[in-house]
Design a protein around this ligand. Structure first.
Ligand SMILES: Cc1cc2nc3c(=O)[nH]c(=O)nc-3n(C[C@H](O)[C@H](O)[C@H](O)COP(=O)(O)OP(=O)(O)OC[C@H]3O[C@@H](n4cnc5c(N)ncnc54)[C@H](O)[C@@H]3O)c2cc1C
Length: 455
């Protein structure tokens, strides 16, 4: 085996990192500090040829393979014990076509790099709310963020993908080529192959008006009841996710520190002259604090980066919801009032507008009729608090789940077993199994929210 590894190393243009190497420990770290895995080797690929080589090496030698994009997956799906990690962080490029308003992005880019490249042209691709998240994992799972109501999920803006399949071949997936594969990767995660390049539709977004508004946690039920109706009726130019949270410290004023709140984080991309009118109902609800103002789009995309650096303990649970009925509001008040650590929080992202105009069977994302993607996340820098944050998440989730739509956004869950994966794909699961059986019959790509092939 040693000779084979030496051969593999000599053929890679990128680096092959082994346990004896000085950069091994740094290279095996993922975003979630709760996850510590020890792969046998990490192939830092720099081009498509490297990815093909790594896939062939893994398959021919029957080695477990994990694929790493941005390394942000909560359950640590970008790494594995004893196997080969195909690390895409060396495959980064962002090419903006200003005429077509499209953007070609490498399989290993993170979203901040995309925003940086598109912003000077007044363009943006809908993505998530933290700029260090990987394009790969976020896109393949769906992609929810500040532009969801206006321009849909990230997958709704995916035009094509270049992929290396389990047999080492290189293909394109688009509406015209391998259309079954293209359907499956829009929500089906990393089950079908490694995406080395994504082509996205971008939109005219340059400056936005956004920021948080906060109410004391005691008003949670009242605010959520109002918010549910307000966001439903609001123009699609306005997005706002509702949260229960603690304000941990600066840049917020001192009178808010370490207190619990019901908050909404807004992002408005419409006519600035109409902003006062749009936000009037929010101000009429008398928030205790509000900081809504004009900013470049990349600023709203990085608002929470400093609060959420890599390496912290991280545990999350999620579900889709069709409403925020009184029973749910009561539980949000209860658990929002006993948030265990300053960075732990609950978010409900609205899925209305453009995201729900795509049909339930048009992509692998099944819950097109759900109104919210909810997520409860326990976060803390201290490993001693791991049990505490985990238990709070589990208890909060248990209390909400009976009123949920059944499944969850798969990018917001840990490893929760096969039944849960099936519930999240609902009516689309059988079709995904068929496509998985065609493109990856031996389940080579299985370090993911796994869709098992029918063999
Ligand atoms: C702080 C934080 C904030 C987040 N905010 C949001 C948000 O606002 N909106 C949202 O929708 N999600 C959000 N997420 C969830 C995020 O979408 C998932 O964690 C996602 O899995 C991260 O992708 P990644 O490439 O960074 O992860 P990784 O851990 O590298 O990979 C995750 C999975 O995707 C696969 N994968 C990654 N890249 C590729 C590729 N190029 N080809 C094939 N398979 C690949 C991996 O094999 C693995 O199974 C957030 C996560 C964190 C930690």
């Amino acid at each position: 085996m040693e000779t084979k590894i030496e051969d593999f190393k000599s053929q890679l243009r990128g680096e092959l990192i082994l346990p004896k190497d000085s950069n091994y420990d740094e290279s095996r770290k993922v975003y979630n500090g709760m996850i510590s895995k020890y792969p046998a080797m990490i192939a830092k690929c720099v081009d498509v040829a490297d990815v093909m080589l790594a896939v062939n090496f893994g398959r021919e030698n029957n080695i477990l393979v994990a694929v790493r994009g941005g390394g942000h997956n909560g359950g640590g799906l970008g790494i594995c014990d004893n196997g080969l990690v195909i690390d895409l962080s060396g495959i980064k490029f962002v090419h903006v076509d200003t005429k077509k308003k499209t953007v070609r992005v490498g399989g290993g880019n993170v979203w901040g790099e995309v925003d940086h490249a598109t912003h000077p042209f007044g363009l943006a691709v809908p993505a998530g709310i933290i700029s260090t998240t990987g394009v790969g994992g976020l896109t393949l799972g769906g992609g929810v963020g500040h532009l969801t109501r206006k321009y849909g999920l990230t997958i709704d803006n995916l035009l094509e993908a270049d992929m290396v399949l389990a047999d080492g071949t290189f293909v394109k997936a688009s509406a015209d080529e391998n259309s079954d594969l293209f359907w499956a990767i829009r929500g089906g995660g990393g089950n079908f192959g490694i995406v080395t390049s994504f082509l996205f539709q971008a939109h005219n977004v340059k400056m936005v008006i956004g920021g948080p508004s906060l109410w004391p946690v005691e008003q949670t039920e009242e605010i959520m009841e109002w918010y549910h109706q307000f966001i439903h009726d609001a123009p699609e130019d306005l997005n706002g996710f509702v949260a229960t949270m603690i304000i941990p410290g600066p840049p917020f004023p001192e009178f808010l520190h370490n207190k619990q709140f019901c908050g909404i984080v807004w992002c408005y991309v419409g006519d600035p002259d109409k902003a006062d009118e749009i936000f009037k109902p929010v101000r009429d609800m008398n928030p205790i604090f509000e900081h809504i103002g004009e900013m470049p789009y990349p600023s709203v995309q990085t608002l929470f980066d400093a609060m959420m650096p890599p390496g912290m303990q991280w545990y999350w649970r999620a579900d889709f919801f069709n409403d925020i009925r009184p029973e749910l509001r009561a539980q949000h008040l209860k658990f929002g009032s006993k948030i265990p650590t300053p960075l732990s929080q609950m978010h409900m992202y609205p899925l209305t507008g453009a995201a729900c105009r795509v049909g339930k069977e048009e992509t692998a994302w099944a819950y097109r009729d759900a109104k919210y993607a909810g997520v409860i996340v326990g976060v803390d820098p201290d490993p001693a608090n791991a049990d505490k944050i985990t238990q709070w998440c589990k208890d909060y989730w248990e209390a909400l789940h009976p009123y949920s739509a059944g499944g969850a956004y798969l990018n917001f869950i840990m490893d929760e077993g096969q039944e849960r994966v099936k519930a999240c794909y609902k009516h689309n699961y059988d079709r995904l199994v068929k496509i998985k059986s065609k493109y990856d019959p031996n389940n080579f790509f299985r370090v993911n929210q796994n869709i098992k092939p029918n063999v």
